[in-house]
Structure formats: structure tokens, C-alpha cells
Design a protein around this ligand. Structure first.
Ligand SMILES: [Fe+2]
Ligand SMILES: [Fe+2]
Length: 146
């Protein structure tokens, strides 16, 4: 799995939310390093728990901020978060029963996909809403003014 290097193009225009995304990226990289250097699965599992907890905390923080600002596509955005949460919860429960290295890899892959795809596509939708000056998407500039 390729390492994730956070860059300005990934910024959603809010420091707290960017910080969360950076922490998630760093933890994914950390687990990837641990796995590649043959770290035992118990240690991998501990880092994974921190990563999943942080992802869930981030969803809540992001949703609270978007709600506070009256983001019009919040329901849709929440549904995306719930889908990832359900997948993660199911895999984490299985992993808690059996610390199978394949399961931890699968959990990481979901988070990797979420970080790369969800941030770049779904989170970017609210960037222009939070700050129209950062907008690159006319549709959301319009909705933020209405
Ligand atoms: Fe996010
Ligand atoms: Fe999100």
C-alpha cells in the first residue's frame, strides 16, 4: 500500500478537520510501516484501535461543524460516514475475536480508500461551502449563497 503524504491539495479549508485527516494519514502510514517491518499483530492491533477511534471522532467532529454551519448536503454526507463506520465496526468486531493480519490489512484498506477517495471527492464538496473564497466548484458557491 502506497504511503499517504498529506499535501495542500487535500486541505478542506478547516484546520481542525485537516488536522484530523493528517492524523489518520499518519496512523495509516505507521501501521503500514509496522506491518512491513514485521511488528507483531498485537502492536498492530493497538495502533489500529487508535486509528479507528480517531476516524470515528473525526466523523462526529466534521458532522457537528457542518450541522452548525447549515451545510445543505449533510444528510448525504452522514450516510457516507455511516457506510464506512458499518464496514469498520463489522471488521473490528471480527478482529477483536481473532487478530488475523489479513483483517487488519482489510481495515487499513478501507481507511486508506476513505482517506483518499472520501476526502478528495465527498469532503471537498463542503470546502467551498465553508469558505466560498476557496471554492473551485461553482455549484457549491451558489448553494452557499442561497
Ligand atoms: Fe473528513
Ligand atoms: Fe467526511
Amino acid at each position: 500500500m502506497a504511503l499517504i503524504v498529506w499535501k495542500d491539495a487535500m486541505s478542506v479549508g478547516n484546520d481542525a478537520l485537516d488536522d484530523d485527516h493528517i492524523v489518520v494519514a499518519s496512523l495509516i502510514n505507521h501501521i503500514d510501516d509496522a506491518k512491513q517491518s514485521g511488528t507483531d499483530e498485537h502492536a498492530v492491533g493497538r495502533i489500529l484501535r487508535v486509528l479507528v477511534d480517531h476516524a470515528f471522532t473525526h466523523f462526529a467532529r466534521e458532522e457537528a461543524l457542518l450541522e452548525q454551519r447549515g451545510y445543505p448536503r449533510l444528510a448525504e454526507h452522514k450516510r457516507e460516514h455511516r457506510l464506512v463506520e458499518e464496514q469498520l465496526q463489522e471488521l473490528c468486531q471480527a478482529y477483536a475475536r481473532t487478530a488475523d493480519p489479513e483483517l487488519s490489512r482489510e481495515i487499513m484498506q478501507i481507511l486508506y480508500f476513505w482517506l483518499v477517495e472520501h476526502i478528495m471527492k465527498v469532503d471537498m464538496h463542503y470546502k467551498s461551502f465553508l469558505d466560498p473564497e476557496l471554492a473551485s466548484d461553482d455549484e457549491h458557491q451558489t448553494s452557499s449563497r442561497s
